[in-house]
Design a binder for this molecule. Structure first.
Ligand code: CA2
Length: 144
């Protein structure tokens, strides 16, 4: 089974800016944790990040037939992007929404996720562990 991890805008800055909110772990550290867990469970993962909404849309469209599950931290696009929501709905690849922080405990504008209704579920608030937990959730979806 192959899982595609997609990361949205500014997540490339993790560990370098605003450590009080997002911690000191970099995206590369998170990828290493995910890879180690996925290897133990014998699943393949691909890990990508983009600051461009259109590139994320392209990757979601191209996932069909290539990946069994998408794990998506859409970052700020979570709260704004009809394009990402439409791409997830159109391609039909089971998608899990994840976040490092608990978006419901933050500013009001982060409480709304436009992608949530077209995702199979959400994992949020566990920092880097949200990504590790998503590997287990993805395997569970594939075995349904
Ligand atoms: O908690 C999450 O994972 C978020 O998706 C992170 C997004 C935020 O817009 C969402 O509301 C919740 C922000 C990602 C940007 O990360 C930064 C890291 C370091 C410095 C600045 C931004």
């Amino acid at each position: 089974m192959k899982i595609l991890f997609l990361n949205g805008p500014n997540l490339n800055l993790l560990g370098q800016r605003e450590p009080e909110i997002y911690g000191r772990t970099t995206l590369a550290d998170i990828e290493a944790k995910v890879r180690s867990h996925a290897t133990e469970l014998q699943v393949a993962v691909e890990f990508r990040q983009s600051n461009q909404e259109g590139e994320l849309v392209d990757w979601i469209q191209q996932a069909k037939g290539q990946f069994e599950v998408i794990v998506l931290n859409a970052a700020a696009y979570t709260h704004t992007s009809v394009a990402l929501r439409d791409a997830i709905a159109a391609t039909g690849v089971p998608t899990i929404e994840i976040h490092l922080s608990n978006i419901h405990a933050r500013e009001e504008f982060r409480h709304k996720s436009l992608i949530a209704p077209v995702c199979r579920g959400q994992i949020l608030g566990f920092g880097a562990n949200s990504y590790v937990l998503a590997v287990n959730a993805a395997i569970g979806l594939d075995q349904r």
